[in-house]
Ligand binder design. Structure first.
Ligand SMILES: CC(C)(COP(=O)(O)OP(=O)(O)OC[C@H]1O[C@@H](n2cnc3c(N)ncnc32)[C@H](O)[C@@H]1OP(=O)(O)O)[C@@H](O)C(=O)NCCC(=O)NCCS
Length: 185
């Protein structure tokens, strides 16, 4: 790498840490979501999940530089199977402030988040998102595991990730989102 390029990269890439959200981050988290999604639905979703019994405080993570520059949330959702309800995690939403996008922050949040989910003993995660982005972290179309979305969506956009190998092998069914998700269309 040329000296010029490495100097440029040092100037552009922010130093950041990832940690669970704290009370004082809450307004900034809403702002990051509003800016990243150019609308208020996702910030409302985060608020609704935070106020619900399905919120896991350790799984709302912020990327912090001088300010909150990214946020990821995993919360408890379920898979309805013939033999009952199987709890799982839903990854939603994930946001990085526009001026900090494409610098690896979103990827770092996903990797750190998945690590935390596993440490807490969760075995699988569901996401609705961009296949090109999420496949790099081991997400695969849920259809390949016999898990259906609760709404119409392209097969490749509805994905699952096994935090424990084979943990979805004997689970087939339909994902169900709690009422907090009703705020998103
Ligand atoms: C999607 C998002 C979270 C990614 O975070 P990020 O810090 O910009 O991503 P990273 O720098 O870690 O990774 C960059 C990669 O993500 C891809 N990417 C960025 N935004 C994307 C998007 N909206 N759709 C698909 N891929 C996207 C880039 O093309 C890049 O791919 P490459 O590595 O093959 O070049 C961020 O761009 C964002 O907040 N976007 C707006 C909100 C949003 O769409 N969130 C939903 C995620 S499902």
């Amino acid at each position: 790498m040329s000296l010029k390029k490495s100097v440029e990269q040092r100037r552009v890439y922010p130093l950041f840490i990832i940690r669970p959200e704290q009370k004082e981050d809450i307004l900034e988290i809403s702002e990051v979501n509003n800016l990243a999604f150019k609308g208020e639905e996702e910030a409302k979703l985060v608020e609704a999940i935070r106020a619900s019994e399905f919120f896991v405080p350790e799984l709302s993570l912020v990327a912090i530089s001088n300010e909150v520059i990214g946020h990821i949330l995993f919360s408890i959702i379920s898979i309805e199977t013939d033999s009952g309800i199987v709890p799982t995690l839903g990854l939603a939403p994930l946001s990085v402030k526009p001026e900090f996008q494409n610098l690896g922050i979103g990827s770092a949040l996903v990797r750190e988040g998945l690590k935390k989910c596993k440490e807490l003993g969760f075995e699988h995660v569901v996401v609705l998102g961009h296949p090109n982005f999420y496949s790099r972290f081991g997400f695969i179309p849920s259809k390949t595991k016999g898990i259906k979305p609760p709404f119409q969506v392209p097969d490749e956009a509805f994905m699952v990730h096994e935090l424990k190998n084979g943990s979805l092998d004997h689970i087939t069914g339909t994902v169900k989102y709690p009422p907090a998700f009703d705020v998103v269309s």
